[in-house]
Design a protein around this ligand. Structure first.
Ligand code: G6P
Ligand code: MG
Length: 214
C-alpha cells in the first residue's frame, strides 16, 4: 500500500538542467573549450563535484583539488544568479497539481534531490510547503545510485521503503530507488529509464489512483 511519494527536483518538478548547462558552458568557455548540450545529458542527477570532473575530462584539463573547489564555486555562483530569477510558472506541467493531489489523498510527500540549492528553488517556485520532508544535497553524503537520499526521506516521513514511490528522471536516481526497495516511476524516455517500474513523460500523466498499480 503506497503511503508516500518521493520526488527528485531537477527534471521532475522543474527543468533546471538548462541553467546548469548555461553555467557549465560558461565555465568550459573560460577554460578554453566547448561544452555541448549532448554532453550535458551526462550530468543529470550527478553531484556538483562529479559534474565538474566530467567537464574537465571532456576538455582534457587537469586541475588540483583546490582549483576544482574554486571552479565548482564559480559555476555555482552563476547558477544561483539564474535560479534566483525563477518564477512559479517554471514548474513543469502537472507537477504542482500532482503533489497537491497526493497530499489531498493522505499520501505523504518528500523531496529527494542531490542539489544543495533545492531550498532556493523550492522557495522561488512556491512549493516548499507542499513537502512533509525535504532531503537535499546538504543532508546526504552518498550520491545516487546510493539509496541514502530516499531512505532518509522515508525515515523522516515514518514510512517503510516498500510503501514509497520515487519519481526520477535520471538513471542513477531510478537505481537509487530500486536500491532502496522502493517503486520507481521514470520521468522521460522508456529506452533511457529501463529499470523503472513505469515511465511517463511528466507528472501531468500520473494520477493518485494509479499509485498502487505500479
Ligand atoms: C541534481 C542535478 C544535477 C546537479 C546536482 C547538484 O542532481 O540533476 O545536474 O549537478 O543536482 O546540484 P547543485 O545545485 O548542488 O549544484
Ligand atoms: Mg533529476
Amino acid at each position: 500500500m503506497i503511503k508516500a511519494c518521493i520526488f527528485d527536483l531537477d527534471g521532475v518538478i522543474v527543468d533546471t538542467a538548462v541553467y546548469h548547462y548555461k553555467a557549465w558552458k560558461r565555465l568550459a568557455a573560460e577554460l578554453g573549450f566547448d561544452f555541448t548540450e549532448h554532453d550535458n545529458e551526462r550530468l543529470k542527477g550527478v553531484s556538483r563535484m562529479r559534474s565538474l570532473e566530467i567537464i574537465l575530462e571532456i576538455g582534457n584539463v587537469i586541475k588540483s583539488e583546490a582549483e576544482k573547489e574554486e571552479l565548482a564555486d564559480r559555476k555555482n555562483r552563476w547558477y544561483v544568479d539564474m535560479i534566483n530569477q525563477m518564477q512559479p510558472n517554471e514548474v513543469l506541467p502537472g507537477a504542482c497539481e500532482f503533489v497537491q493531489a497526493c497530499r489531498d489523498a493522505g499520501i505523504k510527500t518528500a523531496l529527494g534531490s542531490a542539489s544543495k540549492n533545492s531550498m532556493t528553488i523550492l522557495n522561488k517556485i512556491g512549493m516548499t510547503d507542499l513537502f512533509d520532508a525535504i532531503i537535499d544535497g546538504n543532508k546526504v553524503s552518498k550520491a545516487k545510485p546510493d539509496p541514502e537520499v530516499f531512505l532518509k526521506g522515508a525515515a523522516e516521513l515514518g514510512v517503510q521503503p516498500a510503501d514509497c514511490v520515487v519519481f526520477e528522471d535520471a538513471i542513477a536516481g531510478i537505481e537509487a530507488a530500486k536500491n532502496a526497495d522502493m517503486k520507481a516511476v521514470g520521468i522521460g524516455e522508456q529506452e533511457t529509464l529501463k529499470e523503472a517500474d513505469v515511465v511517463v513523460k511528466g507528472l501531468g500523466e500520473v494520477s493518485v489512483n494509479e499509485l498502487n498499480r505500479f
